[in-house]
Design a protein. Structure first.
Length: 446
């Protein structure tokens, strides 16, 4: 009886410790929930691992020294073990939530950083308009040897620099530092008749180019070009980024999306990124992520091979609100699930020849349960009313490139660089350049 009494007192002590631990956890959870009621569900976390670990240690010692002397004692011991399992499960859940919360600390620095425009903008002009830049950086100079460029920029050559897909072509320029550019002219696309107005394959624009030296794990060509054609999104491939094999058919058309108000309107572009899953030569872990612009409402889509895409996608965001027109051009996916979204926007009240040509903005968000949850308010970056002459009529089309090594001395040292389109009062169109000062490196999945 004495030994049983000792065990009873020990079990009572164990249950008391458990009650205290659970009460502390509940109280702390209540405080965090009240503080972060507006945060995404998976961004709420508390720091209880140390307390739970201490309770777990005491419980383990109690069970090790308690010898079951009767059925009642055995039942109490089993109850204690069940409670211990519950505590362990809670600890695992809290650890996961803490890790999720920690992932927010680095991208939050983006809010404190400032974009600084190059003083001698625009950095790229030509005899005719230049718009919609898409820049790719490669530290290995695209496998072209010491004379190769570190930066390549595909851009729209169009009649007026503003009207999209109206007699528009794509050109290519190269640069050693992202500032000094050499124009290589219009893309070469054998078989396309530039003198035949009925050959609609010649009119292409809004380029998105992916580059992978391993041919996207499939031993194919290293360049892929996505662009909106008159009948949908098309894909072309190239060995050098200048000469392309024209596509005979789109990889998906307007008929591939549901006929509902959400998807009405033309596709203005597919802006894609590629993740090799850490195995550059093995396509089994490949994943392509894309953002399709449906008349100012961007949707997330994904693909295993970059050809067959999962449709329809998740709505990325719906702009600033009623009366606003938006167009996404750059989305960076961080390893923790954070998305850095850079986009153009416009207000119907703002007089601009381009619907989304009023300015450039930034939004940080996370996708959860088929919804995009903003993590902070949208933040304007540049606006046509900034009293910068060369882009005082139109400011739009941001292309943001991130490099964890700050571009390795090839041009300005910065983790983020932006190229964007502007039009001035003289209706001349050019491409400007800016760097993000004060940003910190993060693990980005391009």
């Amino acid at each position: 009886m004495r030994r049983f009494g000792q065990f009873g007192r020990l079990s009572g002590r164990v249950l008391t410790l458990l009650a205290i631990a659970i009460a502390c956890a509940a109280f702390a959870l209540l405080i965090v929930i009240l503080r972060h009621a507006a945060a995404p569900p998976d961004a709420t976390a508390i720091d209880l691992p140390r307390r739970i670990t201490g309770a777990e240690s005491q419980l383990t010692d109690a069970h090790r020294h308690a010898a079951p002397l009767s059925d009642a004692a055995t039942r109490r011991q089993q109850q204690s073990l069940k409670l211990l399992d519950a505590v362990e499960r809670t600890q695992d859940q809290l650890s996961a939530l803490t890790k999720s919360l920690d992932s927010l600390s680095a991208p939050a620095q983006m809010e404190k950083a400032q974009w600084v425009e190059y003083q001698k903008n625009p950095v790229f002009t030509r005899d005719g308009p230049a718009a919609h830049p898409f820049v790719v950086y490669d530290v290995a100079q695209f496998g072209e040897g010491t004379n190769g460029a570190f930066y390549k920029m595909w851009y729209d050559q169009c009649d007026d620099g503003v009207t999209p897909m109206d007699k528009t072509w794509i050109g290519l320029a190269v640069s050693p530092d992202g500032v000094r550019w050499t124009d290589l002219g219009e893309l070469k696309r054998p078989g396309v008749d530039r003198n035949n107005p009925e050959d609609w394959r010649q009119y292409i624009g809004h380029p998105c180019v992916l580059y992978d030296v391993h041919g996207f794990g499939r031993g194919g060509l290293p360049y892929r070009l996505y662009y909106p054609g008159w009948d949908g999104i098309r894909l072309e491939e190239s060995r050098d980024g200048l000469t392309w094999q024209p596509a005979d058919a789109p990889i998906f058309t307007h008929d591939d999306v549901p006929e509902e108000p959400t998807f009405r309107g033309p596709m203005h572009g597919l802006y894609a990124s590629y993740d090799d899953g850490g195995t550059p030569t093995d396509p089994r872990d490949d994943m392509f992520f894309g953002w399709i612009d449906y008349s100012g409402r961007p949707f997330i889509v994904c693909s295993r091979d970059g050809v067959r895409w999962q449709m329809p996608g998740t709505l990325l965001f719906d702009g600033f609100g009623a009366g606003m027109v938006t167009s996404v051009f750059s989305v960076h996916r961080e390893a923790g699930g954070i998305m850095h979204i850079f986009y153009s926007y416009g207000d119907n009240a703002f007089e601009s020849p381009a619907p989304a040509g009023e300015g450039i903005a930034y939004l940080q968000a996370r996708t959860l349960n088929q919804r995009t949850l903003p993590l902070m308010p949208a933040r304007p970056i540049f606006h046509a009313s900034d009293k910068v002459a060369w882009r005082s009529v139109v400011t739009m089309c941001p292309c943001v490139v991130y490099d964890a090594d700050a571009f390795s001395g090839h041009g300005d040292r910065a983790y983020y660089k932006m190229w964007y389109h502007g039009v001035g009062p003289d209706h001349r169109s050019g491409i400007g350049y800016a760097t993000l000062q004060g940003a910190v490196p993060v693990e980005v999945k391009q």
